[in-house]
Design a protein around this ligand. Structure first.
Ligand code: PRP
Length: 207
């Protein structure tokens, strides 16, 4: 493990908001990482690692990164064993069940088993089983909202921010599964070994 801290971020909204928080605390990070995956910051003891959103908990759990910023949606889907020392207050959205306006919910005609398309198979399965409903979960990598239009699924489980994507695809929200927001996650061993540094970074990222 290196002397400084490595912070895993995914490109996109959470990256921009995290970099803005660091800038407000006097730590500058290149706003456009380009194709680089390891990015130095103005603090010689802090390096940023750019990974795919779903991989942030994996890198942190395994100690390849000391800390990371991810959404609670991604974190709960991953089930990674990491600490969650700080809620960051940005990136609020919700994980919902949605369906075309004419599709019944929560039961289909003649008791047919519903097919549910999602990027969140674990959270979707847990939700429906907690409701005592058996569904067929169909894993897709993105553009989930198109699945019911093409007959791939009856319902979807996906993130909603403004609601524009649901509306544009004729879907209506039926149930909220999880309220999500950005959280700072930390590797357990790293936090023990480098507590002072973790606390300083948490202070820099707090609003
Ligand atoms: C996310 C999410 C929805 C959309 C919701 O997709 O999966 O599709 O944003 O935002 P809205 O409510 O403001 O319309 P993303 O842009 O990450 O792309 P993806 O569908 O390829 O995952």
């Amino acid at each position: 493990m290196s002397a400084g801290l490595r912070l895993a971020l995914a490109k996109g909204r959470l990256y921009d908001a995290t970099v803005a928080r660091l800038a407000a605390a006097g730590i500058t990070v290149d706003a456009d990482p380009g194709r680089r995956l390891l990015i130095p910051t103005s603090n010689p003891l802090l390096q940023v690692l750019v990974v795919k959103p779903g991989d942030v908990p994996v890198y942190v759990e395994n100690g390849a990164a000391d800390l990371g910023v991810t959404g609670t949606d991604v974190l709960r889907e991953s089930d990674a064993d990491v600490l969650e020392p700080l809620g960051l207050g940005f990136g609020a959205c919700r994980l919902v069940v949605a369906a075309p306006a004419e599709t019944p919910y929560p039961g289909l005609a003649h008791g047919r088993t519903a097919r549910v398309a999602t990027k969140y198979p674990r959270l979707a399965r847990n939700y429906f089983s907690s409701m005592g409903r058996s569904v067929e979960v169909i894993m897709v990598g993105g553009s989930v909202e198109v699945a019911p239009l093409l007959g791939l699924s009856d319902w979807i489980v996906d993130l909603v921010d403004t609601g524009a994507t649901l509306k544009a695809n004729g879907l209506t929200e039926r149930a909220v599964i999880l309220e999500s927001a950005a959280v700072l996650v930390a590797n357990r061993a790293s936090q023990k070994l480098k507590l002072e540094q973790h606390l300083r970074l948490m202070q820099s990222l707090g609003d």
